[in-house]
Design a protein around this ligand. Sequence first.
Ligand SMILES: Nc1ncnc2c1ncn2[C@@H]1O[C@H](COP(=O)(O)OP(=O)(O)OP(=O)(O)O)[C@@H](O)[C@H]1O
Ligand SMILES: [Mg+2]
Length: 239
Amino acid sequence: MGKTTTAINLSACIAIAEKSTLLVDLDPQSNATSGMGIDKRNLAVSVYDMLSDSKSVEEVVLKTNIKYLDIIPANINLVAAELEMVERNNRETILRDKLATIRDYYDYIVIDCPPSLGLLTLNALVAADHLLIPIQAEYYALEGLSQLINTIGLVQQSLNQKLTIGGILITMFDPRLNLARQVMEETRNHFKDKVFTTIINRNVRLGEAPSFGKPIILYDIGSTGAENYISLTEEVLRI
Ligand SMILES: Nc1ncnc2c1ncn2[C@@H]1O[C@H](COP(=O)(O)OP(=O)(O)OP(=O)(O)O)[C@@H](O)[C@H]1O
Ligand SMILES: [Mg+2]
């Protein structure tokens, strides 16, 4: 948990730092799209049109309210894309191939993945240089992580040798909970300097911001959530 919140807020903060940034919504739930204030029920184009070859990448990029930040939005059509992709020869490299023409135009491209480790997520892993893994400081966080690390190893050996773990991000942290502190310590012991120094606290304002269609820095710049994501951005810009 925390993927979409991180994708929205990290891409917004990078853009505020005047780096040209593209947010790609690769989840049929399309929470990154709505969280950026875009009405997903009224999209003329979406990431689906690009993946299914009916539109070029340039045609599906939208501007956002933030200077330096563009988005490729998603909607529920993306469910069909995942099914259709299964039939194609280049099914794992479609996203990478599509983004190739605009890759150099942006300083950063942030891809928001769906919850499951299916073909859409695999496409993201093949297209990416760095993987950012948010984990919730609660039960079982580390169990899911080992499966993901295995998958990353397989992708590195086959489809994307460039892929590295950019960092593991502890999120929704509640310092009052023993368990949260335990998960944090275990994660740090196990993954060492792969864990970001920044921790994202559980913060009500972060939970509210998406329903206003705003990243936290526009919704409440004085909040802990804004402070945490600005700090994370500083770390990410150093990768
Ligand atoms: N640090 C936080 N503090 C409070 N609420 C948060 C925080 N991070 C995320 N949330 C809220 O928790 C919910 C899940 O977060 P988010 O959507 O980022 O997870 P996700 O990994 O994208 O989930 P999914 O796998 O369903 O796409 C959302 O309602 C979000 O607003
Ligand atoms: Mg999400």
